[in-house]
Design a protein around this ligand. Sequence first.
Ligand code: FAD
Length: 307
Amino acid sequence: MKIRDILKSSRKAFPSLEIVPPMKGITNTELIESVKPFMEFSPKYINVTCHRDEYEFREEANGTFSRHIVRNKVSEVAVCGALMSAYKIDVVPHMICGGSTADQIDDKLSDLKFMGIENIMALRGDCMAGEKRFVPTAGGYRYASELVGAIRAFERGGDIFSVGVGGYPEKHFEAPNMEADIENLKKKVDAGADYIITQMFFDNKVFYEYVDRCRAAGISVPVIPGLKPLTTARQVTLLPESFSIDIPVDLTSEIRAAGNDKDAVYRIGTDWCIAQCKDLLAHGVPVVHFYTMGKAENIVRILRSCF
Ligand code: FAD
């Protein structure tokens, strides 16, 4: 079923879950088992992230090194196929501009259509490890709005995919200001996106203000909040570095007070996420999206407390 239709027909707020494809070498059974704890909540669909290939340097017989492009993770499409077959569940593969030409994107869309996949999360993707800024692939797309346009062009007026895009309540780090970022978000919606999922945030106030700004800019599609429970003290510095987001003072103080007690930090992160989720539901959001990072324990506790 298309997410667009699920959103229209749902009477009650529900959780959505995002997983990251495992490293190559994992068996199909291991993957299916890792997702099993989430099945207790009968998720309506599962998002599967997509990742750029990476560079690897290999030593040649003559002692020099040559650069190779390698994929270390199982592909999102293979993971989607495994989930569909094991759980008869809808899936949302993420698709990124980076690393593919327009023709290769068209081939990927043909494969998804062939597999009966009706949903795509369309993103630009980040730069490759070792690069300072995103470099579009020659003959590929520069912005997610172009990818959304390409998906709609592929459909030739038909209705094959429901398309989601990313939004940034604390601004995408490359945008000069929030106004410009929201203008660019609107381009994705005008190109045919059905809904927006936000980057993680730890202060619900920024989400509510963001939704207000989107509405004021004429963006009327659903804006789904994305949450990630903090699990380690190190993430207090890592998450702002990686995602350009703020961690509220109250949360950092609690974590600092927990010192080296890893269990306490884990509990604080989980409880904070539960409080955020309950507040979002009280504000009437239709869906709460969870970045699970493939870890079920804290997410299961959050879902049991909130849904
Ligand atoms: P875009 O919407 O293209 O925006 C990128 C930047 O360009 C922004 O600063 C924007 O303001 C600006 N911009 C956009 N259009 C224009 C224009 N026409 N002119 C000038 N500037 C413009 N990454 C992955 O690699 N794999 C994933 O699976 C993945 N999943 C994600 C899921 C969610 C819910 C979110 C929020 C992000 C995800 N990301 C993923 C990260 C994402 O790829 C990065 O944040 C990336 O840097 C931006 O992607 P985007 O689709 O938002 O880009």
